[in-house]
Write a protein that binds this ligand. Structure first.
Ligand code: SF4
Length: 320
């Protein structure tokens, strides 16, 4: 097992009270596996990995166990984490400009990492960097290697960011909504690129997204998150063909389908995501669910195994 997360709980302390961003979340990632994490904004999906990477805002605290190759990494000091971040695991964010230095040429930003972390000489670092730019599909890589980040288009910048995240050959690459700012065609190319790199480099990948369509056919397994909790987990095929949680069903129904012309307009799940400062005692999805029963408002459904490799947190036995 590459990453083993047990009972991860993340809180933010604000003037208005505590925000319960991640609530007792447990999951694992195997080497080379592609895991999709899906949920609306505020579902906790990003904060899981900000907690793991030690990148929480100052008012955030995380508790639980996070084992990377069997070693506890939650609560490590910044200095200790700096030996792991970008080396053993890397994270790509929505806006590459937040991670790239606008004042430095790509060449400088890439070779610096290779010299510092992999002990390469300048010439070898240049060669390895250009090879990585080729690998992520940057045309005229030798020329573009000397350019500044603002000279690249949004899609190309995201490719540069992916190349940078691969410099130290991490075992785990986390991509957080890596395509939201890009147009649809470029989105598909970037997601496919990440999934392909994962396979070719035998690197585990996590695709975090609010859009189930983005990970269809690319991830091996999917976690669906709602209100800071995992509400369903399944192999991607099973999730798409037989969703077992009403929220997952709603997400699937919200996806545009080319093969169904009978649907004149897109379905949207009614209502709003829950207030993370005042989560209900029962099921967080109850106010929006079309199957709500009495028990749902009183008792929170626990995440339970329903078949091999499948779990769900719902009082309903079957979602048709
Ligand atoms: Fe809907 Fe009840 Fe299941 Fe919650 S527990 S998703 S309210 S059926």
């Amino acid at each position: 097992m590459l990453l083993d997360v047990q009972n991860l709980t993340t809180r933010f302390h604000t003037h208005d009270g505590e925000v319960f961003a991640v609530n007792d979340v447990s999951f694992h990632i195997e080497p080379g596996e592609c895991l999709g994490i899906v949920g609306e904004s505020g579902s906790g999906k990003t904060q899981i990995f900000m907690s793991i990477m030690g990148l929480l805002a100052k008012n955030g605290t995380a508790e639980g166990d996070v084992l990377f190759e069997g070693k506890q990494i939650l609560g490590l000091s910044t200095a200790q984490l700096n030996t792991l971040r970008g080396v053993e695991f890397s994270m790509i964010f929505q806006d590459p400009m937040t991670s790239l230095n606008p004042y430095l040429r790509i060449a400088k930003q890439m070779t610096e990492v290779l010299v510092a972390h992999r002990g390469m000489g300048e010439k070898d670092a240049e060669k390895a960097s250009i090879e990585l730019l080729d690998l992520v599909g940057i045309p005229e890589s030798k020329k573009r290697f000397r350019m500044y980040p603002h000279e690249f288009s949004g899609g190309m910048r995201q490719r540069v960011m992916i190349a940078m995240s691969l410099l130290c050959q991490p075992k785990l690459l986390i991509a957080d909504e890596p395509t939201t700012a890009l147009d649809v065609t470029v989105q598909a190319q970037i997601i496919e690129l990440i999934a392909r790199l994962g396979r070719e480099l035998n690197m585990a990948t996590v695709l975090i997204t609010h859009d189930l369509g983005v990970i269809a056919g690319l991830s091996d397994r999917v976690l669906v998150m709602y209100g800071g909790r995992i509400v369903e987990e399944a192999a991607v095929r099973e999730l798409f063909h037989d969703p077992q949680h009403p929220y997952t069903r709603g997400l699937l129904d919200s996806m545009p389908r080319l093969d169904d012309s009978s649907r004149a307009s897109l379905y949207t799940i009614p209502g709003q995501p829950p207030n993370l400062q005042a989560l209900p005692d029962g099921c967080s999805f109850a106010p929006r669910c079309t199957h709500t029963m009495e028990i749902c408002r009183k008792q929170r459904p626990l995440l339970q195994k329903i078949a091999a490799g499948r779990t769900k947190a719902c009082h309903l036995e079957n979602v048709s």
